[in-house]
Design a protein around this ligand. Structure first.
Ligand code: FNR
Length: 177
């Protein structure tokens, strides 16, 4: 049986370290796990646009609804998660009464080149996810410091593999339990 995970990466940047972290998790995920990436390049949420719901948002909503769980991988901007993440979450929680996330299990991870490693971004995001009735994994946590977590070529450092593999396994277990 395949476990499908809808992945929301909170950066549009071509060389995003958070997308790289998501890809590393994908590579080390248990056999039978499929990562499907949400389109994060959505119009800025505006309730007027709900009259003619954007196709790309509908596709993201369907992706979430079909998935067994959702993974949010967020950078930290000014001590919170990014506007890119919030925009996608707001869209997929709409229209009223059709919150695509309701009841879904989820996990949060984040990467930054710093010692505090997205702690505040993740905590702020957790608050929003709980409101949306998302079942967020509490432990383990993934605060990924890219200065030590990636090697100079930008690949996962050998010393990080067990940590990333262990987190990903726990996440899949949480989603299928
Ligand atoms: C940052 N960055 C950052 N890092 C951090 O650990 N805490 C923070 O509060 C912030 N604040 C912040 C604000 C803004 C406006 C920018 C542009 C950046 C650094 C950030 O983690 C870094 O740029 C990452 O590389 C962003 O992730 P992606 O885009 O590489 O995935």
């Amino acid at each position: 049986m395949t476990t499908t995970i809808a992945v929301f990466v909170g950066s549009l940047r071509k060389d995003s370290i958070n997308r790289r972290l998501a890809r590393s998790m994908e590579a080390l995920a248990p056999e039978g796990t499929e990562f499907v990436y949400a389109n994060m390049d959505l119009p800025l949420y505006n309730q007027d646009l709900e009259e003619d719901f954007p196709d790309e948002v509908t596709r993201d909503k369907e992706l979430v609804e079909r998935a067994d769980g959702v993974l949010f991988v967020t950078p930290e901007n000014n001590r919170s998660y990014t506007a890119v993440i919030k925009n996608a979450i707001d869209w997929c929680s709409r229209p009223w009464g059709k919150n695509s996330f309701a009841g879904k299990p989820a996990a949060i991870a984040g990467a930054t080149p710093g010692a505090l490693g997205t702690t505040q971004a993740q905590q702020a995001l957790r608050n929003v996810l709980l409101f949306l009735d998302i079942k967020v994994m509490g432990q383990p946590e993934m605060y990924f410091d890219t200065r030590t977590g990636f090697d100079p070529d930008g690949n996962l450092a050998p010393g990080s593999r067990d940590f990333v593999r262990g987190f990903t396994k726990a996440m899949v277990d949480h989603m299928i339990s």
